[in-house]
Design a protein around this ligand. Structure first.
Ligand SMILES: [Ca+2]
Length: 150
């Protein structure tokens, strides 16, 4: 992000790294980009936040990152927050747990920035790893096989 992938749903690949960085190490001002990732049925995502430095503002109204579980309900696609911050994520990594789980096989990463204080923050880096909830168990090091989830 940003890339040609904005607005797309990506279904191929084993693991995805989602980064906000431009070549200069900062992120784009005035952007609104979302990318969805869909893995196989009966799989979920284990999400690790491997970098996080987004401009902090009250209610994250300046720059913000959302991580959504996409859930179909009554024929509608709803975006449910994976991370329980209704206004999105901003600020520093240390204020966050650094990993999350989705509830199903589709995740959307949405990054919205404004035009103020541009080029001062390094942005975010996420690693999205699908796992089979019956065969795999996420650990700090990654995904270890053959452990049943609790
Ligand atoms: Ca900003």
């Amino acid at each position: 992000m940003p890339s040609d992938s904005c607005g797309q749903t990506i279904t191929t690949g084993d693991q995805w790294k989602v980064i906000s960085k431009l070549e200069d190490g900062t992120y784009l001002p005035d952007t609104n980009c979302n990318i969805s990732f869909k893995t196989g049925d009966y799989e979920r995502f284990y999400i690790r936040v491997t970098g996080f430095n987004i401009e902090e503002s009250r209610r994250c109204e300046g720059d913000r990152l959302f991580i959504y579980n996409i859930v179909e309900e009554d024929g509608q696609l709803n975006k449910n927050n994976v991370v329980e911050f209704p206004f999105g994520l901003c600020g520093e990594t240390k204020s966050l747990p650094n990993y999350y789980y989705t509830k199903n096989d589709t995740v959307m990463v949405e990054f919205i920035t404004d035009g103020t204080n541009a080029k001062q923050f390094t942005g975010f880096e996420l690693l999205l790893t699908p796992y089979n909830e019956y065969k795999y168990s996420p650990t700090e090091e990654g995904v270890s096989k053959y452990n049943k989830l609790p």
